[in-house]
Design a protein around this ligand. Structure first.
Ligand code: URA
Length: 256
């Protein structure tokens, strides 16, 4: 290695791969590439070379097709596990689906898994998730409860960890919305809480969470409460006061 900078670059690349779950630099068995058959030559067409326009299918259409006939949550999870049109899955260790009982009155929707969620295959298990648990415990709700009245059901818009935890793109969000919409239909919660801009844009079509938090909206006939993401609260503890007001607003609606 020529310089310290080069060494640092190589070290960072290696650390990133280890974080993604790469454990071996080579395959277990060697591949003799001389044994691999040459691909057959492509037959020359006798037809005149007329360019037929190929209609590119939008990945969102694949997602809509994948969820069309799904009738239960297990089938939805299987469809998501088998969905290959989102590149994010290639860098993820697990497809993170949901946690909590599906009969809960409240469904919480986050953005995407982070490192801990990717490793454990469950949503909101890292620091932000621990804060989320404390916040909802303060109004008597928990993902560990098996009572519909006291449970929360938690999922994310994106089930795969984006590289370096970057924000999902509008295309990635649009691609996963058909899955999310079906998920909501199957769970049929009484109340939805969207945590941060990504789920708010997916369900309510707007951004600006610090402005819109606390203002109830509607998605598919269900009341939706936008709240700031718990990761934001970890960085800006001053915003916890507003988050508490939002939790009380949810509690009040649940008791009405
Ligand atoms: N942030 C999210 O939005 N979801 C998770 O599951 C974890 C962190």
């Amino acid at each position: 290695m020529e310089s310290y900078e080069e060494w640092l670059g190589a070290y960072a690349a290696l650390a990133w791969q280890v974080e993604l779950g790469v454990e071996d630099a080579v395959l277990d068995a060697p591949i003799n590439r001389y044994d691999i058959a040459e691909p057959a030559p492509i037959a020359k067409s006798t037809k005149p070379n007329v360019q037929t326009p190929v209609k590119e299918l939008d990945p969102t259409d694949y997602a809509k097709a994948a969820v069309k006939d799904i009738q239960d949550i297990n089938a939805l999870q299987n469809a998501l596990n088998g969905f290959e049109h989102c590149d994010l899955r290639n860098g993820a260790r697990n497809t993170v689906f949901a946690d909590g009982i599906p009969s809960s009155r409240v469904m919480i929707i986050g953005e995407a898994p982070g490192r801990d969620e990717d490793q454990q295959g469950k949503p909101f298990v890292g620091r932000a998730g621990q804060l989320l648990d404390k916040m909802f415990a303060a109004i008597g709700l928990s993902r560990a409860s098996d009572l519909s009245a006291k449970g929360i059901y938690i999922t994310n818009v994106i089930p795969w960890r984006p590289p370096q935890n970057r924000e999902p793109t509008p295309q990635e969000i649009a691609m996963m919305v058909p899955f999310l919409q079906r998920h909501i239909e199957l769970v049929a919660p009484e109340f939805i809480v969207v945590m941060g801009n990504t789920p708010m844009s997916a369900l309510l079509g707007m951004r600006g969470i610090t402005k819109h938090r606390g203002t109830w909206g509607m998605f598919d006939g269900k009341p939706v409460l936008p709240m700031v993401h718990p990761a934001y609260l970890l960085r800006n503890p001053i915003a916890k006061r507003d988050a508490w007001a939002d939790l009380l607003s949810l509690k009040k609606r649940m008791e009405a």
